[in-house]
Design a protein around this ligand. Structure first.
Ligand code: PLP
Length: 281
């Protein structure tokens, strides 16, 4: 498999410098982009978010967004990727280890690789369980940074409980999940946490909100409580890597009827038809 490292596409080798700031401080940003039929999905939206993350962290990108997009396309072609993901990260570069930003001439280090992965998994159809976990992250969850330790701890809790996700809450308020956004359905309408500094504004989340418009479904970008989550008619999580997964159980509580919900099903169909030509609405 080939990787994109700095500005070159090369064979995969061990190339992380011990003083790469991404490695030492988590000082960098990343994106995960789905690929289907050899085509990156919602590439523009992902790259716009990367640019925003870079601006928020005062991290100068090593190339223009359109150059980065071209490189990623070349990588997908070089690896012959049909279905899977592109992972891309940009760190603030390699410099002697001091907390403050390095010399502004220090070039950012860009790295990207692809991974083959089926876009459609069994849990998307059958649904899965989630657990609850306190959201202990910092207050800039809107930036897609490499600092993911609280997310890692939460996801591990989910896995140890045979669950697919950990749904995070700050006190009473549900924010998102360890690596996905959360939606609930109550009385035929959807609710999801507003896109502010408490959540990552998922590309999948935004697309679902758009699709709901076309499906004549009302979405409230309003926060909801843990109690409202547990008493919802339907719950699902959304992310590039997961697509949309119906959540049937949270901890010991069954959600709604305990089966994937009808509204979730409609949204899953509509979402898949965006990239799968053989899915009918
Ligand atoms: N929230 C968090 C914390 C995430 O890590 C992710 C994706 O990795 C998402 C939400 C979903 O974002 P997207 O739909 O852009 O993949």
């Amino acid at each position: 498999n080939k990787i994109l490292y700095k500005d070159q596409i090369m064979e995969r080798t061990n190339i992380v410098d011990i003083e790469d700031r991404g490695y030492q401080f988590g000082d960098g940003i990343y994106e995960v982009i789905g690929v289907y039929d050899g085509e990156p999905l919602m590439m523009d939206e992902h790259m716009e978010r990367l640019a925003r993350s870079a601006r928020e962290l005062k991290l100068p990108l090593p190339a223009s967004i359109s150059e980065l997009k071209n490189k990623l396309m070349q990588l997908v072609e070089a690896n012959g990727l049909e279905e899977g993901i592109i992972y891309m990260q940009v760190s603030r570069g390699t410099a002697p280890r001091f907390h403050e930003f390095p010399d502004p001439k220090t070039p950012a280090v860009t790295i990207a690789y692809t991974r083959e992965e089926a876009r459609e998994s069994d849990v998307e159809v059958r649904g899965a369980s989630a657990v609850l976990a306190e959201d202990i992250r910092w207050l800039r969850c809107d930036i897609k940074t490499l600092n993911l330790l609280p997310n890692v701890m939460a996801k591990q809790k989910a896995v140890e409980n045979n669950a697919v996700e950990a749904i995070l809450h700050r006190g009473d308020i549900v924010t998102e999940a360890s690596a996905s956004n959360v939606f609930i359905v109550k009385d035929g309408e959807l609710y999801t946490h507003p896109a502010n500094h408490y959540i990552l504004n998922g590309i999948t989340r935004r697309k679902i909100i758009d699709l709901c418009g076309a499906l004549h479904l009302t979405v409230h970008e309003e926060s909801f409580t843990v109690d409202e989550l547990l008493n919802a008619d339907e719950v699902f999580v959304s992310a590039t890597k997961l697509d949309i997964i119906p959540i049937l159980k949270i901890g010991g509580d069954t959600i709604g009827s305990g089966d994937p919900g009808e509204i979730t099903g409609k949204i899953v169909q509509a979402f898949r038809s965006l990239y799968k030509k053989d899915v009918k609405n």
